[in-house]
Design a protein around this ligand. Structure first.
Ligand code: DX5
Ligand code: ZN
Length: 528
């Protein structure tokens, strides 16, 4: 969001590459690297070398959120006299008017950053220091011969403290990489240069984290992560479109684009639904069909009337899948059991407000944050929003607003829960809540859009996914409904802002297949 605001304000910049590398940079700065925004030149820091440099607006946004600069400074992007130039400039006393501490490398001339990284990594290794060097390279950048000279040198020097990350979005300045200068089989090329090669989906945080921690164990070899990404990911009409390599969106589109970036819908199949047991198969199928999370309903037969499965089952499922686990504890006294679920490998753990008081909630919250797990809280249809939660909103990543009384899959959606959701969303917004709202219970192709409009972004779906045999089609159908819900909302916003036809023109390719459902056939015709 910061990147797009900066680019639109500047009237130029690189949105595509900022978005393809967003998760990569996010994981590095907020999960992996040792660094100190308050002491950017700290000797013990790990280095990030933004070799491709075209992702500058995204890079600045990450540095701003990390605390190196004020987020407001993003609006000075590419302005005369700004420290935020189109290509980042390495900080030094002499460069201090167009750079700031935290930037390690001046980018722009492609192909050089990997060599610089080798210099740093080699020096640190010779000095017996533990610092690690992470270098983001582009696939267009890989046309440069110097990348391959560096590739040879890094393995010669056995630089196991160097990790290159290839932002493999398959688009460079003038078109698709495979048409301009084919890079594939890129995996084999790096392996042939004697690098340890790992391939991930570069938008799946869990895969990036997993790859980075596996790499730490590799000795005597540099590593490269081939991160398969989508240029412009997050804004549908920019995604995978070479035109958006270096083009700014019109300023008046910004409010709609910001809305889109906050409208991503995550689908979370709940495996207690459908045929009993066979959880392994259910997880596998959901993952294959492109589910975003797996929703795991833990029921103890006391807090709710039924019993499902417990931490040992999750531990087992963790071994067969890396998809994020969204665990929903419908149990009495969660404080006594939460440790087991932390050990089992959950990514989100949600407890019910009805099952703990504020002190217990705070204790659970601390345990989860310490373990790097996203804390969630769930509220039943009949429970009023507890005012004590407001003070803790900063530490809550997921708020489940139940749309059925918990206990069973396949229940009927409670329509009143929509008002409740809207009411809670109002409280959350006015208190600057930044986490996700999750709708749980009776979500299907009909109710999805309603809860989306009320503010929900994670959609738990039990019966709608597992209630009939074709799980793949069921998930595709939910995804389709999610797209319709998002496009409807953006169109409404464009209409209110008096730019309906302008927006439809920019978005044409996305909207044509949905024209009928969106009721915009005539608008599209007028544009042609
Ligand atoms: C309800 C559970 C839900 C439920 C969802 O007790 O928390 O996650 O299984 O299933 P459907 O979508 O069928 O309501
Ligand atoms: Zn649930």
């Amino acid at each position: 969001m910061l990147a797009i605001q900066g680019i639109a304000e500047a009237g130029s910049g690189h949105p595509g590459a900022s978005f393809s590398a967003a998760e990569i940079m996010g994981v590095l700065y907020f999960h992996k690297m040792k660094h100190r925004p308050s002491d950017p030149l700290w000797e013990g820091r790990d280095y990030f070398i933004n070799s491709k440099a075209h992702s500058a607006p995204g890079f600045y946004a990450v540095l701003a959120i990390a605390g190196y600069i004020d987020t407001k400074e993003i609006k000075t992007l590419r302005k005369l006299g700004s420290r935020l130039q189109g290509h980042p400039v390495r900080y030094s006393e002499r460069q201090k008017n167009h750079s700031f501490p935290g930037i390690e490398y001046s980018g722009g001339s492609e192909g050089i950053g990997l060599s610089v990284s080798i210099g740093i990594a080699l020096a640190k290794k010779r000095d017996g220091e533990k610092n690690r060097v992470y270098t983001l390279i582009g696939d267009g950048e890989s046309n440069e011969g110097q990348i391959w000279e560096a590739a040879m040198a890094a393995s010669k020097f056995k630089l196991d403290n160097l990790v290159a990350i290839l932002d493999r979005n398959k688009i460079q300045q003038d078109g698709f990489t495979e048409e301009i200068m084919p890079l594939d089989p890129v995996r084999d090329k790096w392996a042939a240069f004697n690098w340890n090669v790992v391939e991930v989906s570069g938008h799946k945080i869990e895969q990036i984290i997993d790859a980075l921690s596996r790499i730490e164990k590799v000795e005597d070899k540099p590593s490269i992560i081939i991160a398969n990404t989508t240029k412009g990911k997050g804004i549908k009409h920019m995604a995978n479109n070479p035109q958006w390599h270096g083009k700014a969106p019109p300023k008046k589109h910004v409010p709609i684009l910001l809305e889109e970036l906050q409208s991503e819908i995550l689908i979370a199949p709940s495996i207690i639904a459908g045929e009993p047991e066979n959880y392994e198969e259910k997880v596998r199928r959901a993952e294959r069909a492109g589910a975003d999370l797996i929703h795991l309903d833990i029921m103890d037969g006391k807090f709710v009337p039924s019993t499902s499965f417990f931490a040992d089952t999750i531990k087992h499922l963790r071994k067969i899948s890396s998809i994020p686990f969204d665990t929903h504890l419908m149990i009495e006294k969660p404080i006594n059991h939460v440790e087991d679920y932390i050990d089992a490998g959950c990514d989100i753990i949600t407890v019910h407000v009805e099952a703990c008081n504020e002190t217990e909630f705070v204790d659970i919250n601390k345990m989860l944050l310490k373990a790097g797990i996203s804390p969630g809280i769930a509220i039943n249809p009949g429970t009023p929003f507890p005012s004590w939660l407001i003070e803790h909103l900063d530490n809550i990543d997921v708020m489940i607003i139940m749309s059925v009384n918990p206990g069973f899959a396949g229940q009927k959606f409670i329509p009143d829960s929509l008002d409740k959701m809207a009411e809670i969303v109002k409280i959350l917004k006015s208190n600057n809540y930044k986490g996700f709202i999750e709708a749980d219970g009776g979500i299907d192709a009909n109710t999805l859009q309603q809860v989306f409009d009320a503010g929900a972004r994670i959609m738990v779906a039990g019966n709608a996914v597992y209630g009939s045999p074709d799980i793949n089609s069921n998930i595709i159908q939910l995804r389709h409904k999610a797209n319709v819900a998002i496009e409807t909302k953006l169109l409404e916003l464009a209409t209110i802002n008096d730019m309906r036809s302008d927006w439809i023109r920019s978005r044409k390719n996305m909207l044509i297949p949905l024209a009928k459902e969106l009721g915009i056939e005539e608008d599209l015709h007028a544009i042609k």
